[in-house]
Design a binder for this molecule. Structure first.
Ligand code: NAD
Length: 320
């Protein structure tokens, strides 16, 4: 077995545990992504070292004790990543080659945690975290504490939707200021704070910390909903908060210009985003494209360059 593969798998298992289970990462996301990419490349070169338990094969997320476990009817996937123009261009080319010329929906990639909401007969009945993608945790009572999530909706058939729970920047600052006063350890960022909060056993704490959510996907078929943009409209119509910054793009020029505009807007938004998600608009084409073990082939996440790195580069430029 290739030694570096073994080393990377051990490291990534540890980092994944710190991040997903303890909500206390010890390395930056960029460092984690870089090591993951190195492992993916090495595993491609060494197919004989395949292991179903490799971090490359897992969505991430572990089930803790303390919350009931729920099996997702449809798996909750992660997203493949792209870091530059070329990565996105090859994604667009791959999609076009397999399903023909396509429209894409671009959405902000909210830096929170994925959540699934269930409604029966128009009533909110259950909320489940992504967990490992197959089985998640029942956090229904905590989700009830989030003011923007509707407890009743006009749509009466069984409904499951997916989206992102996040902590707005303003809540994050308040929570950390309070923790500093009480000499408690600070949360590293709003995402960790949101993940830590949703696993609280005391619903009062959740209520006080002011989480929010954006909803972007239907996990059931709904008549008349044939595209991602239809899904967003359906969600908005049923009283869910959708992110208004989405746009339909027809080609790479439009995709790249949306990314440039929103990279600049990022600092002014009241919530954290860590990239842009590009999705094939037509649901029929999404089905045709299908999934890998952990990601849909009909979407890709463009990840913004690390903020730390940008700061360092500016420092270097300033000192030169
Ligand atoms: P991800 O953050 O790369 O992207 C997938 C997730 O994006 C989805 O599951 C969904 O929750 C979210 N998302 C936000 N907006 C969305 C939208 N509009 N449409 C669809 N999805 C949207 O994947 P992940 O599996 O949640 O996390 C993996 C990432 O976590 C890694 O890339 C790494 O950056 C980080 N991580 C870091 C460490 C560390 O030690 N620092 C460890 C493990 C993972």
């Amino acid at each position: 077995m290739n030694q570096r593969i073994k080393e990377l798998r051990d490291l990534l298992h540890t980092y994944g545990y710190e991040y997903y289970v303890l909500d206390k990462p010890s390395v930056s996301d960029q460092e984690y992504d870089r090591l993951m990419q190195e492992l993916q490349d090495l595993e491609k070169e060494h197919p004989e070292d395949y292991d179903a338990n490799s971090p490359t094969q897992r969505v991430g997320g572990k089930i803790l004790e303390g919350f009931g476990k729920v099996r997702h009817v449809r798996q909750m996937y992660s997203l493949g990543n792209g870091y530059n123009y070329e990565d996105l261009q090859s994604f667009v080319k791959r999609v076009d080659a397999s399903v023909g010329d396509t429209d894409f929906v671009l959405e902000l990639k909210i830096d929170g945690l994925a959540m699934s909401l269930h409604y029966d007969n128009g009533i909110f009945v259950q909320a489940v975290t992504r967990g490992d993608g197959v089985v998640g945790e029942d956090v229904t009572e905590n989700i009830r504490m989030i003011g923007s999530i509707p407890m009743q909706i006009p749509y009466k058939d069984t409904l499951e939707i997916r989206g992102e729970i996040y902590m707005p920047k303003a809540s994050f600052e308040q929570v950390n200021a309070k923790r500093a006063k009480q000499n408690e350890e600070l949360f590293a960022n709003p995402r960790n704070a949101a993940a830590g909060t949703i696993r609280q056993l005391d619903t009062n704490v959740v209520y006080q910390r002011k989480l929010d959510g954006f909803w972007y996907q239907l996990a059931v078929d709904v008549e008349g909903v044939n595209s991602q943009s239809d899904s967003l409209e359906f969600l908005a119509h049923n009283g869910f908060k959708i992110n208004p910054e989405y746009r339909i793009c027809k080609n790479m020029d439009e995709i790249w210009s949306f990314i440039e505009t929103n990279s600049e807007k990022r600092a002014t938004l009241p919530y954290e985003i860590d990239g842009i998600v590009i999705k094939v608009n037509s649901l029929a084409k999404q089905n045709q494209l299908g999934y890998t073990v952990k990601t849909p082939k009909w979407a890709i996440a463009y990840k913004f360059p690390a903020e730390e790195v940008v700061t360092k580069l500016t420092d270097i430029t300033l000192t030169v």
